[in-house]
Design a protein around this ligand. Structure first.
Ligand SMILES: Cc1ncc(COP(=O)(O)O)c(C=O)c1O
Length: 404
């Protein structure tokens, strides 16, 4: 017999390090945009594992590729070659314009690789004091020490000090502050083209121009953290392309494996040329299972019209959300691009998330007052309509103080 939610939560409360504040539901099955809990109840999933399950749950082609690879060969380590790293890397290179790839197992590890490669780039050239990073207020890059060091939120940082030294945070609304913060000790600027955890906030055109200008003038590297924005989520392969940015390094994760843990640092030739054997590594990084899954996801993205689909349904989503905002004054702003959307509320977003779940709809809260939605890229317009109709009911009931 399947365990009940009570069985599951009781066991976790005894044996899991309590780093997560979970919502009271356990999922056991999924299909497309739908998830099913231990009671067999269906939920429309606009979270997709925080922007990971890009092809939807239990995608038949991806499932078959993973199952075939699992039954053939899962892992051999980076001591040896296998057929899939080069395949996935060539596709990432074609999508991004950066020719070289280092495979990791997560977004934070992709950021770590980018930070290390940036320092190595200057070290190899004899600029050994060019070690500093400029990052953004509101930025998020992950929970490992390096990634945490370029993450702004003090709530995540304070208990773990001291972090990496030499990080300056600038206000993304102030391009002049960026220019002032970069000096001859700066190795790289790291910035998400759209801040995800920070509340779905795209960089402005003037700020993007300031990144380009200061990098061109000083040789400073730009690291685009596209862990959340990358791989079609915005209707572009990467959102730096929409902003006209010119990264030397790109951190990728989340959607890359469609749910199989894999990340990647994409690297320009000039940076890659300064990196030597032994500079970085990972036991699992780029193993057969992960890169087979990634190659499948990338093929779907590049050859099956998925990005055009995101542009079309993303525009529909935006129209529906703007109409929703007109009806509900608690929604102050609709932000985002493609299938990366945020509703800025005047209240804490948690009652909306909880009430929506009660109605069978999964959305996510970020930056306290933002409802974040990152549905599978395969979502259809009719499913978006169902979701926004549910949100309409949810906002009406929360406004009345009725939480179902
Ligand atoms: C922009 C960005 N960078 C890095 C990360 C870290 O990725 P991971 O949780 O896979 O380590 C995240 C995760 O949310 C992210 O949104």
């Amino acid at each position: 017999m399947n365990p009940t939610l009570d069985d599951i939560t009781a066991r976790e409360s005894r044996h899991i390090v309590q780093t997560y504040k979970r919502q009271p539901v356990a999922f056991v099955r999924g299909r497309g945009v739908s998830l099913y809990d231990t009671e067999g109840r269906e939920y429309l999933d606009l979270v997709s594992g925080i922007g990971v399950v890009a092809l939807g749950h239990a995608h038949p082609g991806l499932t078959a590729a993973i199952a075939d690879q699992a039954a053939t060969l899962v892992h051999t380590s980076n001591l040896y070659y296998h057929p899939f790293q080069g395949d996935a890397a060539a596709r990432l290179a074609a999508l991004s314009g950066l020719p070289r790839v280092f495979f990791s197992n997560s977004g934070a590890e992709a950021v770590e690789a980018c930070l290390k490669f940036a320092r190595r780039y200057w070290f190899t050239q004899g600029a050994k004091d060019r070690t500093r990073f400029v990052a953004l207020q509101g930025g998020f890059a992950g929970r490992t020490f390096g990634a945490l060091s370029v993450t702004h939120n003090d709530h995540y940082r304070a208990p773990f000090a001291p972090l990496l030294e030499g990080v300056t945070f600038v206000d993304p609304a102030d391009p002049a502050a960026l220019v002032a913060a970069v000096n001859d000790k700066t190795a790289a600027i790291i910035a998400e083209p759209i801040q995800g955890e920070g509340g779905i906030r795209p960089l402005s055109a003037p700020f993007a121009a300031a990144i380009n200008d200061v990098c061109a003038r000083t040789g400073t590297l730009y690291i685009a953290d596209e862990v959340q924005t990358g791989l079609g989520r915005t209707g572009y392969p990467f959102y730096f392309q929409a902003l006209g940015l010119k990264p030397d390094l790109i951190a990728v994760g989340k959607a890359l494996g469609g749910g199989i843990p894999i990340g990647a640092a994409l690297v320009s030739e000039r940076v890659a040329a300064q990196i030597s054997a032994g500079d970085h590594g990972s036991t699992y990084g780029g193993n057969l299972l992960g890169t087979r899954a990634a190659a499948f996801v990338l093929t779907e993205l590049m050859e099956r019209g998925l990005m055009d689909h995101v542009k079309t349904v993303g525009a529909h989503f935006e129209r529906r959300l703007r109409a929703l905002a007109l009806k509900h004054p608690v929604i102050q702003e609709v932000r985002g691009v493609g299938l990366m959307r945020g509703l800025q509320l005047s209240i804490d977003a948690m009652p909306i998330v909880d009430t929506a779940r009660g109605h069978g709809l999964l959305v996510n809260r970020t930056d306290e007052k933002v409802v974040r939605m990152l549905p599978p890229l395969t979502i259809q317009a009719a499913e978006i309509d169902r979701a926004v109709d549910m949100l309409d009911t949810v906002f009406a009931s929360v406004a009345q103080g009725v939480q179902v």
